[in-house]
Design a protein around this ligand. Structure first.
Ligand SMILES: Nc1ncnc2c1ncn2[C@@H]1O[C@H](COP(=O)(O)OP(=O)(O)OP(=O)(O)O)[C@@H](O)[C@H]1O
Ligand SMILES: [Mg+2]
Length: 421
């Protein structure tokens, strides 16, 4: 990239959207369609034009952000497009400081060591790159840092992705215009706008045969996603028997005989609550948090579900959690036989013995994207609720010879669900 980039027609449309009143903008669509370049141009303009402004570009994996955004996209663009002098800082986390005091930082939400540093600042722009891999909890926390005060500059959040399953939180937020956690209609839907950009919109900048021969040769679902920018379940999806019809309103839950809870540790912590009734397994609710302590998370789980379930219900936890298990009430190491756990849940789904309520928004958001790669390995991205779901289901043993857990399911106290942690 030695010449100045000339925006494609679609990119010009995207820039118009970024200049509108919308505070949150999602650019989604097929591969190589010019989404990232459009956002970077806008961020560079903001950094150049507004001295002292700070901008964060983050994806789930820091190293991916560094290779793709920093090296392949931002550095070449700075050289030809920055109207202000700048200095590059190549030690992690990489960033650029402009002569006018503005800064652009590159980050990753799974990056334990550096995330505190990134979240210790306030920003005027945050770009969530490839949001199909980022949990909504991390986005929510990131959003709380979109708080820099720069005169004349309106703070904005940018999101991009190759569209994941239509059950994903980004579809809920931008297309359906509902809050991904509560399921309620957005109060200010006009602040959320989106634009689909496809490779055909960027064909002047792509190799001649790319769309026809490379994207056109992909398997069906991958082609619809990567060439046509459609919201589809991933190719190689693990829970192949899961269907939308298994999602039920919370009010339709029967009385339960037993309960179990699965807990996944990490920067993203996730927990799911199961109820067992006859042969059917009900995923009643879930809860997740980003960058909190284990004891805080445990307190949240107890506040949400403690009154609903018997006090001795086991929390089957990520066995690699070590000492963190001791901070979870009734914490027990889960059975982490990945394939067996997946088979167990898939069989339940196949037999029509699995239901999940609309409240389990984290689990529902992940399930259509949870997949294996070409070598049949489980892709360990955006799988927090998937792991918690496996632990809570597969580790549970019906108490032999004992009566049912005494307490029956009763509705959660009013207002409980509105608690935001
Ligand atoms: N206006 C432009 N002029 C010249 N080249 C461009 C322009 N816009 C994008 N490109 C080039 O097209 C390619 C794809 O652009 P970009 O990375 O922005 O696409 P993307 O939609 O973010 O792709 P992906 O879905 O793979 O992340 C890159 O090589 C980029 O340099
Ligand atoms: Mg991109």
């Amino acid at each position: 990239m030695s010449d100045k980039l000339k925006l494609t027609i679609k990119q010009a449309e995207a820039i118009t959207l970024l200049k509108s009143k919308a505070l949150h903008v999602l650019l989604y669509g097929g591969a190589r369609s010019g989404k990232t370049v459009a956002f970077l141009m806008a961020i560079l303009y903001r950094a150049n034009r507004y001295p002292g402004s700070r901008h964060l570009i983050a994806r789930w994996r820091y190293n991916h952000a560094k290779t793709s955004i920093w090296r392949e996209s931002l550095l070449p663009m700075l050289k030809v497009h920055s109207e202000v002098g700048y200095e590059l800082y190549e030690s992690d986390p990489v960033h650029v400081v402009f002569d006018n005091g503005s800064e652009i930082w590159i980050g990753g939400f799974e990056d334990k060591e550096r995330v505190e540093k990134l979240l210790g600042h306030e920003y005027a722009t945050i770009m969530f790159n490839e949001v199909s891999q980022i949990g909504f909890e991390a986005v929510t926390l990131g959003m709380s840092r979109l708080a820099q005060t720069i005169k004349g500059l309106v703070n904005k959040a940018y999101y991009d992705c190759n569209p994941p399953s239509p059950l994903h939180w980004s579809h809920k937020l931008f297309i359906e215009k509902v809050d991904p956690v509560s399921g309620e209609r957005l109060q200010q839907p006009d602040l959320y706008r989106h634009l689909r950009m496809n490779p055909s919109d960027n064909k002047e900048n792509l190799p001649e045969n790319y769309i026809r021969d490379i994207l056109g040769a992909l398997p069906d679902r991958a082609r619809r996603r990567m060439r046509d920018g459609e919201w589809v379940k991933a190719e190689g999806v693990i829970y192949e028997h899961f269907q939308d019809s298994m999602i039920i309103p919370y009010d339709e839950l029967p009385s339960m005989e037993y309960y179990s809870i699965g807990v996944d540790f990490g920067l993203n912590m996730a927990a799911v609550l199961y109820g067992w009734c006859g042969e059917t397994l009900y995923l009643m609710d879930d809860h997740g948090t980003y960058n909190a302590t284990t004891s805080t998370f445990n307190g949240q789980i107890n506040a949400l579900w403690g009154e609903l379930i018997p006090h001795n219900v086991a929390r089957y936890c990520d066995p690699s959690g070590g000492e963190r298990l001791q901070e979870i009430t009734n914490g027990e190491p889960a059975n982490n036989a990945v394939d067996d756990g997946i088979d167990f849940l898939n069989t339940k789904m196949e037999h029509g013995e699995f239901r999940v309520t609309e409240r389990a928004s984290g689990f529902i958001s992940e399930i259509g994207n949870y997949k294996r790669d070409e070598k049949e390995r489980v892709v360990k991205i955006d799988d927090h609720y998937m792991d918690a779901g496996r632990y809570g289901a597969y580790s549970f043993q019906r108490p032999a010879g004992l009566g049912k857990q005494e307490q029956k399911h009763k509705p959660v106290a009013a207002g409980m669900r509105d608690m935001r942690f």
